[in-house]
Design a protein around this ligand. Sequence first.
Ligand SMILES: [Zn+2]
Length: 110
Amino acid sequence: MKKNEEKETNIAKQTGKCNDKKCPLHGEISARGRIFEGKVITKHPKRIAIELQRVIFIPKYERYIYKKTKIHAHLPDCMADNVQIGDIVKIQECRPLGKIIHSVVVEKVK
Ligand SMILES: [Zn+2]
């Protein structure tokens, strides 16, 4: 199994293409809608979860609070090796790909 995986990644690097149908660059998925930027907190095969921090104003107390949002995103095969936990990535909304996945990783920022 490991040998096959290595061959596939080598091919992907050489040709700049991957066999992932859900890849925004090489597949049939069109990324459209809102773009989010966040830190990768978990990594699974073909899926990552990122965390964003938002500032919300509470009128009653006239103060701001920090709220965290977690978003699951599809990780295409061609970016699987580059993205690790702790990286900052950019994701974009697309059609629903699963029960909890409705966005894809577009690029790695850091
Ligand atoms: Zn790809």
